[in-house]
Design a protein around this ligand. Structure first.
Ligand SMILES: [Zn+2]
Length: 88
């Protein structure tokens, strides 16, 4: 089981941006899975560049929370494998 990192490193600007974009995101396709994002679903402010790759990446689009977290975990897993492979 992979752990989901806490969102405590997200600053108030991130939360403000999410609140701004959220109303416009309802009914539009999720950039990761292509399914519509609906009211009542858990939606996150996501990153075109994963935070695992660029910790200073700014949130810039709304996507399903589950899609966002799955993608983040996949990137971290890939990075971990890459780093493990480089170790002698
Ligand atoms: Zn999605």
């Amino acid at each position: 089981m992979s752990s989901v990192s806490p969102v405590s490193n997200y600053d108030s600007a991130h939360r403000r941006r999410r609140a701004e974009l959220l109303p416009m995101a309802y009914g539009t396709p999720c950039p990761r899975c292509g399914l519509p994002m609906l009211k009542g679903q858990q939606l996150d402010l996501g990153h075109a560049v994963d935070v695992a790759l660029n910790p200073r990446a700014k949130g810039e689009r709304i996507e399903h929370a589950s899609c966002n977290r799955r993608a983040g975990a996949a990137t971290r897993d890939a990075l971990a494998k890459y780093r493990a492979a480089k170790r002698w």
